[in-house]
Design a protein. Structure first.
Lengths: 340, 234
């Protein structure tokens, strides 16, 4: 039964002296800074963290099973955002599926259809790319660094493709102006952000259930854990890899659409720029650990958002990068890694 | 007809050839032990049989069928299961999940089989949601064997099931092997504790530098003074 107790046990978090020190330092820092921080930045950071989480969980799952860093992951996000743009502005209106301003949201109901479709298209594309490129490289037994470099090539190619098809101009989904929710402490929440949070929570819970309750999900964890034993246990690792891409790329595409909603704009570079927060979250949480990536995503989201109170917002990736470096120096295997 | 007949197996890693034509056979219901010095290719032989290492020349016949070029998933389905020497559980998965993964190719309800494993290895039943990575060495070996038994194999390959265990634990593991053997499962064992293993084996093989050196009945190898001097520690 899914009790809280065994959920925590699966996280397998133990309070070692290093972690206690880390937690105390973090708590003192947070408590000391809190009076000076705008509550709205923290709230915004949580929403940003939700988007980072969707990307980072996929990235860490792919790393776990295939053992390489998918540098094209950010561009899978971009692809998702633009496929949805095509559906919303090109395909759907031809069938009379149009509209914006659904209730308090800036976008209309068509986005609710475009989101899963874009995820499916990108997931299918990711499976095809694996067959066309990564599987061949694996079969030749090439080094993980070479495969990562191949994914860098894929990243650049995808971004080029987006620019060719949709131009490099800033674009946005059909939208209508909406009032933000005003809460105490001068917190202002755009209704769109609430939508983002709901989608993220549903998907994170969904992925958790898939990984812990379904045969394929368990086989994915098993393959990440011990690939040779998975093979001799009769696990069909090709199928595991396929599902891994479907989930990872599908989550990335969803994150891309949500990012386009969150920032109210699309740019060909949007996903590429997101790569550093993604990797920072993955590394913070311990590479290959989806629950760690989830926590890492919120840490990165909140801290980089809060940093904008003092630092120019264009340095947000630098803040994420700095956090990543500091954590790596103190705990090479991340907060949830086996031991530093 | 032998249950397993591996003949003149040549295999290795990359450029290096480790096995230069090794042959072993296992008959129905037998326990067969392979002994030999460190690095002579015992583990490589097992990996070649289960398809983890490519068989370059030679054949592996299992129940009358040539399995030499089948992938591991296909071999497992035919009732030949394997427990590697190291990394033989999924540490991040719970005990129960490890057993479920052992039954991955089964489409029927294998809940009953899990209960049987818990009866056979009561230690595992105490906290089935415990992560395999947190188990003691002995419990881990028990889980590794139980995982491989989930498919009701006809033949079980165990690579050093007592590695790193205390003498008491070793005896317990070997005792379990005898018990499982009594239910009709044949075993091909590699063992460091050669004396104890040969004692319960029908037959044994001595490998050296990737070649067959000797083979004989288990007790005959035990009584062979040369074997005793070279491989059983006097
Ligand atoms: N994955 C590998 N890649 C390259 N060489 C390997 C690999 N695994 C084993 N070897 C080499 O193959 C030879 C035989 O190894 P193997 O593991 O089969 O020996 P073993 O008889 O099982 O030894 P031990 O008693 O130590 O378990 C050794 O020289 C070893 O270094
Ligand atoms: Mg060995």
């Amino acid at each position: 039964m899914p009790t809280l107790k065994n959920t925590v046990a699966r996280l397998s978090f133990k309070w070692t002296p290093g972690r206690i020190t880390l937690a105390i330092v973090a708590a003192v820092l947070v408590a000391g800074l809190l009076p000076f921080v705008k509550m709205s930045l923290i709230v915004n950071g949580v929403f940003l963290g939700a988007i980072i989480a969707l990307g980072a969980i996929g990235l860490t799952l792919i790393y776990g099973v295939l053992n390489f860093a998918n540098i094209a992951h950010g561009d899978y996000m971009t692809m998702g955002a633009y496929v949805a743009l095509f559906l919303l502005t090109g395909a759907f209106p031809a069938f009379g599926i149009e509209g914006e301003g659904l209730g308090p949201l800036t976008f209309g109901y068509p986005l609710l259809i475009a989101l899963p479709l874009a995820a499916a298209v990108v997931a299918a594309g990711a499976v095809l790319l694996d067959v066309a490129i990564y599987r061949r490289l694996r079969q030749r037994g090439v080094n993980a660094v070479v495969i990562a470099m191949a994914s860098l090539g894929v990243a650049i190619a995808l971004r080029g493709l987006v620019q060719v098809i949709w131009s490099g101009e800033t674009q946005h989904y059909p939208r209508e102006f909406r009032q933000v929710f005003r809460l105490p402490l001068d917190v202002r929440i755009p209704p769109d952000s609430v939508f983002i949070a709901v989608v993220a929570v549903v998907l994170v819970v969904g992925v958790y259930l898939v990984l812990t309750r379904t045969k394929m999900g368990k086989a994915m964890r098993a393959t990440a854990d011990n690939p040779n034993l998975a093979l001799v246990s009769g696990i069909d690792t090709q199928r595991v890899i396929r599902w891994n891409w479907i989930i990872g790329a599908g989550l990335a595409a969803t994150a891309g659409v949500l990012l386009a909603v969150f920032q109210a704009q699309l740019l060909p570079i949007m996903g590429w720029r997101f790569l550093i927060p993604l990797f920072a979250a993955v590394i913070l949480g311990g590479i290959g650990n989806p629950y760690g990536a989830l926590v890492g995503a919120f840490v990165i989201g909140v801290t980089s958002e809060v940093s904008t109170q003092w630092i120019n917002p264009s340095y947000k990736p630098a803040v994420a990068f700095a956090i990543m470096i500091v954590v790596l120096l103190m705990r090479p295997r991340g907060i949830f890694g086996d031991s530093g | 007809m032998a249950l397993l007949e591996a003949s003149r197996i040549v295999a290795g890693y990359g450029e290096t050839e480790i096995l230069h034509g090794v042959s072993v056979t296992v008959d129905n219901g037998e326990i067969v032990t392979v002994i030999g010095p460190n690095g002579c290719g015992k583990s490589t032989l097992m990996k070649a049989i289960v398809g983890l290492v490519q068989v370059r020349t030679g054949t592996v016949i299992f129940r009358g069928e040539d399995i030499s070029s089948l992938p591991p998933q296909q071999i497992v389905r035919r009732g030949l299961c394997y427990v590697p020497q190291s990394a033989n559980v999924f540490p991040a998965l719970s005990i129960r999940e490890n057993l479920e993964m052992g039954a991955f190719v089964r489409d029927d309800d294998y809940g009953g089989r899990i209960d049987e494993m818990f009866e056979l290895f009561p230690d595992l039943a105490v906290r089935p949601n415990r992560k395999a990575g947190s188990l003691s060495g002995g419990q881990r070996q028990m889980l590794a064997v139980a995982r491989a038994l989930m498919l009701d194999p006809v033949l079980l390959l165990l690579d050093e099931p007592s590695a790193g265990l205390s003498p008491a634990m070793t005896n317990l593991v070997l005792e379990r092997i005898s018990e499982i053997n009594a239910t009709g499962v044949a075993f091909l064992l590699v063992e460091q504790n050669a004396r104890e293993a040969l004692r319960l084996s029908d037959r044994g093989y001595v490998l050296s530098a990737g070649e067959n050196r000797l083979d004989d009945a288990g007790h005959a190898l035990l009584d062979n003074p040369e074997v005793a001097r070279l491989y059983l520690g006097g």
